[in-house]
Design a protein around this ligand. Sequence first.
Ligand SMILES: Cc1ncc(COP(=O)(O)O)c(C=O)c1O
Length: 327
Amino acid sequence: MPYLHQWRPALRGSLPHLELGREPTPVRPLPALGGERNGIWLKDESGFGDGGWGGNKVRKLEWLLPDVKGKGRKTILTFGGLGTNWGLATALYAREQGIDTALALIDQPRDEHVEAQLGRLEASGATIHFTRTKNRTIALAPWLIGRHMSGLKPPYILPSGGSSPLGSLGYVETAFEIADQVRAGELPEPGWVVVPTGSGGTAAGLSLGLSLSGLDTRVLGVIVTEHLRLDDQAIRKLAGKSAALLRKRGADFEEPELRHEMTSDWMGETYGAPTPESERATELARADGLELDPVYTAKAMAALLARSESGEFGEKPVLFVNTNGPR
Ligand SMILES: Cc1ncc(COP(=O)(O)O)c(C=O)c1O
């Protein structure tokens, strides 16, 4: 089977793609965190996106926004918590393409970080609906769709985090990029890639892409929310839908062997609530010049450190993906 990354130009050619960030994003070792143990490496997505912000959301929007435009939709309707990074990136990157955004937001613990993000969301030009809970959001869906019709066209509905089969292709590509960096000698082949998981597209895309790229690397998805089902099977299903989309567009590959593991052991009390381990991880990462966010990356790093300290990752290096790209 030819490595799909060799077929990458065709991927770009067969599905509309909009370049919003510059790749490849950098990789570097984290010596303070890795210490004497097997190396811990960083793939730093924080600067991905025009203007140097956006992180993992922009990878997805590169594939999603052309589809919105291609379908002639004028508004995106999407979902998140009060401090949604996804909502902010969508509102601002879509606006540049002449597309409006409507956000239905559910409650999460309000701290300084969330209040500041809410301020940015309000300034973004998005229409915000405070729907409070997941059940109320579902109940209000027909009204939300009606409210955001443009003529006869309904809004383009995107799941929270942009984790549709199409959006997840952003992380299939990132996996190809990691494989290229390994083959170029910039990074040793990781045994594991560790990512925070809030809606699943990042983990699913990486799991599919790493398998297609021919690397022998597993994905550890660190679940940070109780609002969505994000277990192994859910991620497998999403990756399978992305694979089907690629096949529909002409990619020819055998059934990929998906190698991911999901854990919710590091979420703590709820989405957005810090844990002693996430606070420790944040402190330790600073010694390597890495600033973590409390909701996503700090919890993923807490999981990484615990497994690394107990030797569970084995011999090979571990790659941490910094998905957070604050504005
Ligand atoms: C900073 C950050 N990291 C990770 C994630 C989770 O990625 P995914 O939604 O693809 O699981 C998000 C989700 O929005 C995020 O904002």
